[in-house]
Design a binder for this molecule. Structure first.
Ligand code: PMP
Length: 413
Protein backbone atom coordinates (compact mmCIF):
# COMPACT_ATOMS: atom_id res chain seq x y z
CA UNK A 1 0.00 0.00 0.00
CA UNK A 2 1.18 3.50 -0.81
CA UNK A 3 2.59 5.28 2.24
CA UNK A 4 0.83 8.56 3.11
CA UNK A 5 2.57 9.15 6.44
CA UNK A 6 5.01 11.84 5.26
CA UNK A 7 2.22 14.04 3.86
CA UNK A 8 0.89 16.72 6.17
CA UNK A 9 -2.59 16.87 4.65
CA UNK A 10 -5.19 16.67 7.43
CA UNK A 11 -7.79 14.92 5.31
CA UNK A 12 -10.29 14.37 8.13
CA UNK A 13 -10.33 18.09 8.88
CA UNK A 14 -10.47 19.01 5.20
CA UNK A 15 -13.43 16.68 4.60
CA UNK A 16 -15.45 18.54 7.21
CA UNK A 17 -15.51 21.48 4.79
CA UNK A 18 -17.61 19.42 2.34
CA UNK A 19 -21.22 18.88 3.48
CA UNK A 20 -21.94 16.59 0.52
CA UNK A 21 -19.36 14.04 1.71
CA UNK A 22 -21.67 13.21 4.64
CA UNK A 23 -24.48 11.98 2.43
CA UNK A 24 -25.33 8.42 1.63
CA UNK A 25 -26.07 6.89 -1.76
CA UNK A 26 -28.20 3.74 -1.82
CA UNK A 27 -27.74 3.50 1.93
CA UNK A 28 -23.92 3.53 1.69
CA UNK A 29 -21.50 6.38 2.47
CA UNK A 30 -20.78 8.33 -0.70
CA UNK A 31 -17.36 7.64 -2.22
CA UNK A 32 -17.03 10.37 -4.81
CA UNK A 33 -14.45 9.51 -7.48
CA UNK A 34 -15.75 11.62 -10.37
CA UNK A 35 -13.64 14.65 -9.65
CA UNK A 36 -12.34 15.09 -13.20
CA UNK A 37 -15.94 15.78 -14.27
CA UNK A 38 -16.66 18.14 -11.40
CA UNK A 39 -15.19 18.52 -7.94
CA UNK A 40 -17.25 18.99 -4.79
CA UNK A 41 -17.63 22.39 -3.18
CA UNK A 42 -16.44 23.42 0.30
CA UNK A 43 -18.88 25.26 2.56
CA UNK A 44 -16.68 28.37 2.42
CA UNK A 45 -17.55 28.60 -1.28
CA UNK A 46 -21.22 27.73 -0.77
CA UNK A 47 -21.44 30.48 1.87
CA UNK A 48 -20.37 33.09 -0.69
CA UNK A 49 -23.76 32.73 -2.37
CA UNK A 50 -25.69 33.39 0.86
CA UNK A 51 -23.47 36.32 1.64
CA UNK A 52 -23.66 37.83 -1.84
CA UNK A 53 -27.43 37.46 -2.34
CA UNK A 54 -28.16 38.24 1.31
CA UNK A 55 -26.01 41.38 1.59
CA UNK A 56 -24.67 42.97 -1.57
CA UNK A 57 -26.36 41.64 -4.72
CA UNK A 58 -26.03 44.39 -7.33
CA UNK A 59 -24.93 44.76 -10.92
CA UNK A 60 -21.28 45.64 -11.17
CA UNK A 61 -19.24 48.46 -12.74
CA UNK A 62 -22.05 50.88 -13.62
CA UNK A 63 -23.57 51.63 -10.26
CA UNK A 64 -22.74 54.54 -8.00
CA UNK A 65 -24.40 53.09 -4.93
CA UNK A 66 -22.84 51.17 -2.06
CA UNK A 67 -24.06 47.72 -3.03
CA UNK A 68 -22.77 48.14 -6.59
CA UNK A 69 -19.44 49.33 -5.22
CA UNK A 70 -19.15 46.33 -2.90
CA UNK A 71 -20.10 43.84 -5.63
CA UNK A 72 -17.65 45.46 -8.06
CA UNK A 73 -14.84 45.38 -5.51
CA UNK A 74 -15.44 41.68 -4.77
CA UNK A 75 -15.69 40.82 -8.48
CA UNK A 76 -12.58 42.76 -9.49
CA UNK A 77 -10.78 41.48 -6.38
CA UNK A 78 -11.24 37.98 -7.74
CA UNK A 79 -9.47 39.01 -10.93
CA UNK A 80 -6.40 39.70 -8.82
CA UNK A 81 -6.83 36.36 -6.99
CA UNK A 82 -6.91 34.56 -10.35
CA UNK A 83 -3.91 36.55 -11.60
CA UNK A 84 -1.91 35.38 -8.61
CA UNK A 85 -3.22 31.79 -8.99
CA UNK A 86 -1.90 31.66 -12.56
CA UNK A 87 1.09 33.91 -11.91
CA UNK A 88 -0.01 36.13 -14.79
CA UNK A 89 1.91 39.39 -15.16
CA UNK A 90 -1.15 41.64 -15.17
CA UNK A 91 -4.75 41.33 -13.91
CA UNK A 92 -5.92 42.73 -17.28
CA UNK A 93 -4.88 39.39 -18.78
CA UNK A 94 -7.68 37.59 -16.87
CA UNK A 95 -11.02 37.30 -18.71
CA UNK A 96 -13.99 35.71 -16.94
CA UNK A 97 -15.97 33.24 -19.05
CA UNK A 98 -18.57 30.55 -18.43
CA UNK A 99 -15.86 27.90 -18.37
CA UNK A 100 -13.04 26.32 -20.33
CA UNK A 101 -15.32 25.63 -23.29
CA UNK A 102 -16.34 29.26 -23.63
CA UNK A 103 -12.73 30.41 -23.16
CA UNK A 104 -11.58 28.23 -26.08
CA UNK A 105 -14.51 29.39 -28.22
CA UNK A 106 -13.55 32.97 -27.43
CA UNK A 107 -10.00 32.42 -28.68
CA UNK A 108 -11.24 30.58 -31.78
CA UNK A 109 -13.79 33.22 -32.69
CA UNK A 110 -11.75 36.30 -31.87
CA UNK A 111 -8.06 35.46 -32.32
CA UNK A 112 -8.81 32.66 -34.78
CA UNK A 113 -10.97 34.71 -37.13
CA UNK A 114 -8.44 37.54 -37.11
CA UNK A 115 -5.35 35.38 -37.59
CA UNK A 116 -6.22 32.17 -39.46
CA UNK A 117 -6.89 31.71 -43.14
CA UNK A 118 -7.02 29.00 -45.81
CA UNK A 119 -3.69 27.17 -46.05
CA UNK A 120 -2.76 27.80 -42.39
CA UNK A 121 -2.28 24.91 -39.96
CA UNK A 122 -3.46 24.41 -36.40
CA UNK A 123 -2.00 21.59 -34.29
CA UNK A 124 -4.15 19.83 -31.74
CA UNK A 125 -3.43 16.51 -30.04
CA UNK A 126 -5.22 13.19 -30.00
CA UNK A 127 -5.59 13.64 -26.24
CA UNK A 128 -7.93 16.62 -26.53
CA UNK A 129 -11.32 17.00 -24.92
CA UNK A 130 -14.04 17.71 -27.51
CA UNK A 131 -14.08 21.33 -26.34
CA UNK A 132 -10.56 21.79 -27.74
CA UNK A 133 -11.42 20.03 -31.00
CA UNK A 134 -14.87 21.09 -32.13
CA UNK A 135 -14.37 24.90 -31.98
CA UNK A 136 -11.35 24.47 -34.29
CA UNK A 137 -13.28 22.15 -36.62
CA UNK A 138 -16.16 24.62 -36.85
CA UNK A 139 -13.78 27.45 -37.68
CA UNK A 140 -11.73 25.36 -40.11
CA UNK A 141 -14.97 24.55 -41.95
CA UNK A 142 -15.53 28.26 -42.45
CA UNK A 143 -12.01 29.57 -43.00
CA UNK A 144 -10.40 26.58 -44.71
CA UNK A 145 -7.31 26.05 -42.54
CA UNK A 146 -6.01 22.56 -41.81
CA UNK A 147 -6.05 20.77 -38.45
CA UNK A 148 -3.07 18.46 -37.85
CA UNK A 149 -2.99 15.97 -34.99
CA UNK A 150 -0.11 15.36 -32.58
CA UNK A 151 -0.06 11.56 -32.10
CA UNK A 152 0.06 9.63 -28.83
CA UNK A 153 2.07 6.52 -28.07
CA UNK A 154 0.71 3.30 -26.57
CA UNK A 155 0.97 4.77 -23.04
CA UNK A 156 -1.17 7.76 -23.97
CA UNK A 157 1.79 10.14 -23.90
CA UNK A 158 2.26 12.68 -26.69
CA UNK A 159 4.94 11.85 -29.24
CA UNK A 160 7.15 14.90 -28.97
CA UNK A 161 9.41 14.02 -31.90
CA UNK A 162 6.32 13.77 -34.11
CA UNK A 163 5.11 17.09 -32.63
CA UNK A 164 8.31 18.83 -33.72
CA UNK A 165 8.01 17.32 -37.19
CA UNK A 166 4.46 18.61 -37.69
CA UNK A 167 5.56 22.24 -37.82
CA UNK A 168 5.77 24.05 -41.14
CA UNK A 169 5.94 27.74 -41.96
CA UNK A 170 2.12 27.63 -42.12
CA UNK A 171 1.66 26.50 -38.48
CA UNK A 172 -0.10 29.32 -36.63
CA UNK A 173 -1.43 27.75 -33.44
CA UNK A 174 -0.97 24.80 -31.09
CA UNK A 175 -4.04 23.97 -28.96
CA UNK A 176 -3.28 21.30 -26.38
CA UNK A 177 -4.39 20.28 -22.93
CA UNK A 178 -2.11 20.48 -19.92
CA UNK A 179 -3.54 17.29 -18.41
CA UNK A 180 -5.77 14.81 -20.25
CA UNK A 181 -9.15 14.28 -18.59
CA UNK A 182 -9.54 10.80 -20.07
CA UNK A 183 -6.14 9.31 -19.16
CA UNK A 184 -4.51 11.79 -16.77
CA UNK A 185 -1.44 12.28 -18.99
CA UNK A 186 0.49 15.40 -18.01
CA UNK A 187 1.80 17.09 -21.13
CA UNK A 188 5.14 18.97 -21.21
CA UNK A 189 3.43 22.23 -22.15
CA UNK A 190 6.42 24.49 -21.37
CA UNK A 191 8.59 22.54 -23.81
CA UNK A 192 5.72 22.49 -26.32
CA UNK A 193 5.33 26.25 -25.98
CA UNK A 194 9.04 26.74 -26.59
CA UNK A 195 8.86 24.72 -29.81
CA UNK A 196 5.71 26.54 -30.94
CA UNK A 197 7.32 29.94 -30.37
CA UNK A 198 10.50 28.86 -32.20
CA UNK A 199 8.24 28.40 -35.22
CA UNK A 200 6.40 31.68 -34.70
CA UNK A 201 3.18 29.91 -33.64
CA UNK A 202 0.94 30.69 -30.66
CA UNK A 203 -0.05 28.16 -28.02
CA UNK A 204 -3.35 27.76 -26.20
CA UNK A 205 -3.26 25.47 -23.16
CA UNK A 206 -6.49 23.88 -21.92
CA UNK A 207 -5.81 23.77 -18.21
CA UNK A 208 -9.22 22.42 -17.10
CA UNK A 209 -7.62 19.34 -15.51
CA UNK A 210 -4.39 20.97 -14.38
CA UNK A 211 -5.70 23.86 -12.29
CA UNK A 212 -7.01 21.56 -9.49
CA UNK A 213 -3.87 19.45 -9.25
CA UNK A 214 -0.69 21.48 -9.66
CA UNK A 215 0.54 25.04 -9.28
CA UNK A 216 0.18 26.87 -12.58
CA UNK A 217 2.62 29.50 -13.81
CA UNK A 218 1.52 30.81 -17.20
CA UNK A 219 4.72 32.83 -17.55
CA UNK A 220 7.00 29.87 -16.83
CA UNK A 221 4.96 27.78 -19.29
CA UNK A 222 5.11 30.53 -21.88
CA UNK A 223 1.40 30.11 -22.63
CA UNK A 224 -0.19 32.63 -24.97
CA UNK A 225 -3.63 31.53 -23.78
CA UNK A 226 -4.58 29.36 -20.79
CA UNK A 227 -8.12 28.25 -19.87
CA UNK A 228 -9.71 26.61 -16.83
CA UNK A 229 -13.13 26.05 -15.23
CA UNK A 230 -14.30 26.94 -11.72
CA UNK A 231 -16.27 23.76 -11.10
CA UNK A 232 -13.24 21.48 -11.39
CA UNK A 233 -11.23 23.45 -8.85
CA UNK A 234 -13.65 23.35 -5.88
CA UNK A 235 -15.58 26.34 -7.24
CA UNK A 236 -19.05 26.74 -8.74
CA UNK A 237 -20.33 25.88 -12.21
CA UNK A 238 -21.00 28.65 -14.72
CA UNK A 239 -17.64 30.39 -14.39
CA UNK A 240 -14.18 29.93 -15.84
CA UNK A 241 -11.16 31.87 -16.93
CA UNK A 242 -9.31 32.74 -20.07
CA UNK A 243 -5.79 34.02 -19.53
CA UNK A 244 -4.35 35.76 -22.58
CA UNK A 245 -1.12 37.69 -22.94
CA UNK A 246 -2.02 41.39 -22.83
CA UNK A 247 -0.57 42.28 -26.23
CA UNK A 248 -2.59 39.47 -27.86
CA UNK A 249 -5.85 40.36 -26.10
CA UNK A 250 -5.35 44.03 -26.97
CA UNK A 251 -4.96 43.22 -30.66
CA UNK A 252 -7.95 40.85 -30.76
CA UNK A 253 -11.40 41.99 -31.90
CA UNK A 254 -14.34 41.61 -29.52
CA UNK A 255 -16.29 38.37 -29.75
CA UNK A 256 -19.68 38.99 -28.15
CA UNK A 257 -21.16 42.48 -28.25
CA UNK A 258 -23.33 44.15 -25.62
CA UNK A 259 -23.18 46.17 -22.44
CA UNK A 260 -19.98 46.42 -20.38
CA UNK A 261 -17.66 45.81 -23.35
CA UNK A 262 -17.93 49.25 -24.98
CA UNK A 263 -16.46 52.72 -24.47
CA UNK A 264 -18.99 54.60 -26.58
CA UNK A 265 -21.89 53.45 -28.73
CA UNK A 266 -23.20 55.60 -31.53
CA UNK A 267 -25.67 55.02 -34.32
CA UNK A 268 -23.83 57.55 -36.47
CA UNK A 269 -20.19 56.67 -35.86
CA UNK A 270 -18.29 53.44 -35.14
CA UNK A 271 -18.76 52.02 -31.66
CA UNK A 272 -15.58 52.02 -29.59
CA UNK A 273 -14.66 49.22 -27.24
CA UNK A 274 -13.59 48.99 -23.62
CA UNK A 275 -10.01 48.15 -22.70
CA UNK A 276 -9.05 44.58 -21.90
CA UNK A 277 -10.28 42.50 -20.18
CA UNK A 278 -13.74 44.13 -20.25
CA UNK A 279 -13.78 44.15 -24.07
CA UNK A 280 -14.36 40.38 -23.76
CA UNK A 281 -16.94 40.45 -20.97
CA UNK A 282 -20.19 41.48 -22.68
CA UNK A 283 -23.31 41.60 -20.53
CA UNK A 284 -23.81 40.93 -16.84
CA UNK A 285 -21.34 38.25 -15.80
CA UNK A 286 -21.89 35.45 -13.28
CA UNK A 287 -21.07 37.82 -10.41
CA UNK A 288 -21.70 35.53 -7.45
CA UNK A 289 -19.96 32.64 -9.21
CA UNK A 290 -16.88 34.72 -9.96
CA UNK A 291 -16.63 35.83 -6.32
CA UNK A 292 -17.14 32.22 -5.20
CA UNK A 293 -14.40 31.08 -7.59
CA UNK A 294 -12.07 33.52 -5.85
CA UNK A 295 -12.99 31.92 -2.50
CA UNK A 296 -12.37 28.44 -3.96
CA UNK A 297 -8.90 29.46 -5.13
CA UNK A 298 -8.15 30.83 -1.66
CA UNK A 299 -9.29 27.53 -0.15
CA UNK A 300 -6.97 25.66 -2.51
CA UNK A 301 -4.14 28.08 -1.75
CA UNK A 302 -4.58 27.59 2.01
CA UNK A 303 -3.94 23.85 1.60
CA UNK A 304 -1.40 24.29 -1.17
CA UNK A 305 -1.46 22.73 -4.63
CA UNK A 306 1.89 20.94 -4.21
CA UNK A 307 0.47 19.09 -1.18
CA UNK A 308 -2.85 18.37 -2.95
CA UNK A 309 -0.94 17.06 -6.00
CA UNK A 310 1.30 14.85 -3.84
CA UNK A 311 -1.73 13.46 -1.96
CA UNK A 312 -3.55 12.64 -5.18
CA UNK A 313 -0.41 11.02 -6.64
CA UNK A 314 -0.33 8.72 -3.61
CA UNK A 315 -4.07 7.93 -4.06
CA UNK A 316 -3.38 7.09 -7.70
CA UNK A 317 -0.50 4.82 -6.72
CA UNK A 318 -2.69 3.07 -4.14
CA UNK A 319 -5.55 2.63 -6.63
CA UNK A 320 -3.24 1.44 -9.42
CA UNK A 321 -1.76 -1.19 -7.12
CA UNK A 322 -5.22 -2.19 -5.92
CA UNK A 323 -6.78 -2.78 -9.34
CA UNK A 324 -3.77 -4.81 -10.49
CA UNK A 325 -5.29 -7.88 -8.81
CA UNK A 326 -8.59 -7.66 -10.71
CA UNK A 327 -8.68 -10.22 -13.48
CA UNK A 328 -9.18 -8.93 -17.01
CA UNK A 329 -8.69 -5.28 -16.00
CA UNK A 330 -6.56 -3.13 -18.29
CA UNK A 331 -5.51 0.42 -17.46
CA UNK A 332 -5.57 2.90 -20.33
CA UNK A 333 -3.13 5.72 -19.90
CA UNK A 334 0.18 4.68 -18.40
CA UNK A 335 2.29 7.72 -19.27
CA UNK A 336 5.21 8.37 -16.91
CA UNK A 337 3.76 11.76 -15.98
CA UNK A 338 0.19 11.22 -14.77
CA UNK A 339 -2.29 13.09 -12.59
CA UNK A 340 -4.92 11.43 -10.38
CA UNK A 341 -6.97 9.71 -13.06
CA UNK A 342 -7.41 5.95 -13.40
CA UNK A 343 -9.07 4.91 -16.65
CA UNK A 344 -9.66 1.23 -17.29
CA UNK A 345 -11.64 -1.42 -19.13
CA UNK A 346 -12.40 -4.97 -18.01
CA UNK A 347 -12.56 -7.83 -20.50
CA UNK A 348 -16.03 -9.31 -20.57
CA UNK A 349 -17.68 -6.52 -18.55
CA UNK A 350 -19.27 -3.39 -20.05
CA UNK A 351 -18.05 -0.13 -18.55
CA UNK A 352 -21.63 1.14 -18.22
CA UNK A 353 -22.64 -1.94 -16.21
CA UNK A 354 -19.65 -1.52 -13.92
CA UNK A 355 -20.57 2.13 -13.35
CA UNK A 356 -24.22 1.35 -12.58
CA UNK A 357 -23.48 -1.53 -10.23
CA UNK A 358 -20.72 0.21 -8.32
CA UNK A 359 -23.04 3.18 -7.81
CA UNK A 360 -25.27 0.78 -5.86
CA UNK A 361 -22.35 0.51 -3.43
CA UNK A 362 -22.17 4.29 -3.06
CA UNK A 363 -19.15 4.70 -5.33
CA UNK A 364 -19.38 7.37 -8.04
CA UNK A 365 -17.10 6.83 -11.01
CA UNK A 366 -17.60 7.97 -14.59
CA UNK A 367 -18.13 5.69 -17.54
CA UNK A 368 -18.25 6.60 -21.21
CA UNK A 369 -16.06 8.38 -23.73
CA UNK A 370 -15.19 11.30 -21.41
CA UNK A 371 -15.65 13.73 -24.33
CA UNK A 372 -12.48 12.29 -25.84
CA UNK A 373 -13.81 10.04 -28.60
CA UNK A 374 -10.77 10.42 -30.91
CA UNK A 375 -8.51 9.20 -28.10
CA UNK A 376 -10.67 6.26 -27.07
CA UNK A 377 -11.27 5.10 -30.63
CA UNK A 378 -7.50 5.17 -31.20
CA UNK A 379 -7.19 2.72 -28.31
CA UNK A 380 -9.96 0.58 -29.81
CA UNK A 381 -12.60 1.22 -27.13
CA UNK A 382 -15.72 3.36 -27.06
CA UNK A 383 -15.90 3.70 -23.29
CA UNK A 384 -13.79 3.31 -20.17
CA UNK A 385 -14.45 3.46 -16.44
CA UNK A 386 -12.69 6.40 -14.86
CA UNK A 387 -11.97 7.04 -11.20
CA UNK A 388 -10.48 10.46 -10.55
CA UNK A 389 -9.21 11.82 -7.27
CA UNK A 390 -9.37 15.03 -5.26
CA UNK A 391 -7.82 16.38 -2.07
CA UNK A 392 -10.67 15.03 0.09
CA UNK A 393 -10.41 11.40 -1.06
CA UNK A 394 -8.85 8.93 1.34
CA UNK A 395 -6.95 5.65 1.01
CA UNK A 396 -9.90 3.99 2.80
CA UNK A 397 -12.25 5.24 0.07
CA UNK A 398 -9.94 3.77 -2.53
CA UNK A 399 -10.17 0.45 -0.67
CA UNK A 400 -13.99 0.62 -0.80
CA UNK A 401 -13.74 1.31 -4.52
CA UNK A 402 -11.35 -1.61 -5.15
CA UNK A 403 -13.40 -4.07 -3.10
CA UNK A 404 -16.58 -2.88 -4.82
CA UNK A 405 -15.00 -3.15 -8.23
CA UNK A 406 -13.79 -6.65 -7.49
CA UNK A 407 -17.33 -7.69 -6.47
CA UNK A 408 -18.99 -6.02 -9.43
CA UNK A 409 -16.56 -7.48 -11.94
CA UNK A 410 -17.08 -10.90 -10.36
CA UNK A 411 -20.84 -10.54 -10.95
CA UNK A 412 -20.45 -9.42 -14.56
CA UNK A 413 -17.85 -11.82 -15.90
N1 PMP B 1 -10.99 20.38 -21.27
C1 PMP B 1 -10.79 19.36 -20.44
C2 PMP B 1 -9.45 18.69 -20.43
C3 PMP B 1 -11.82 18.94 -19.60
O1 PMP B 1 -11.62 17.92 -18.76
C4 PMP B 1 -13.07 19.61 -19.64
C5 PMP B 1 -14.22 19.18 -18.77
N2 PMP B 1 -14.43 17.79 -18.72
C6 PMP B 1 -13.21 20.69 -20.51
C7 PMP B 1 -12.16 21.05 -21.30
C8 PMP B 1 -14.49 21.44 -20.61
O2 PMP B 1 -14.73 22.16 -19.43
P1 PMP B 1 -16.13 22.86 -19.20
O3 PMP B 1 -17.18 21.84 -19.49
O4 PMP B 1 -16.08 23.25 -17.75
O5 PMP B 1 -16.20 24.03 -20.12
Amino acid sequence: MADFSDLTLDVAKLRRDFPILDREVHGKPLVYLDNAATSQTPRQVIEVFDDYYGRYNANIHRGLHTLADEATAAFEGTRETVRAFLNAADHREIVFTRGTTEAINLVANSWGRANLKAGDEVLISRLEHHSNIVPWQLLAGELGFTIKVIPVDERGALDLAAYRDLFTERTKLVAVNHISNAFGTVNPVAEMARVAHEHGARILVDGAQAAPHQAIDVQAIGADFYAFSGHKVYGPTGVGVLYGRAELLEAMPPWQGGGEMIKTVSLEAPTTFADIPHKFEAGTPAIAEVIALGRALQWVGDIGLPLIGAWEARLLEHATEGVAGIEGLRILGTAPEKAGVLSFVVDGAHSQDIGLLIDQLGVAIRTGHHCAQPLLSWFGVDATCRASFAAYNTPEEIDVFIEGLDRVVGMLR
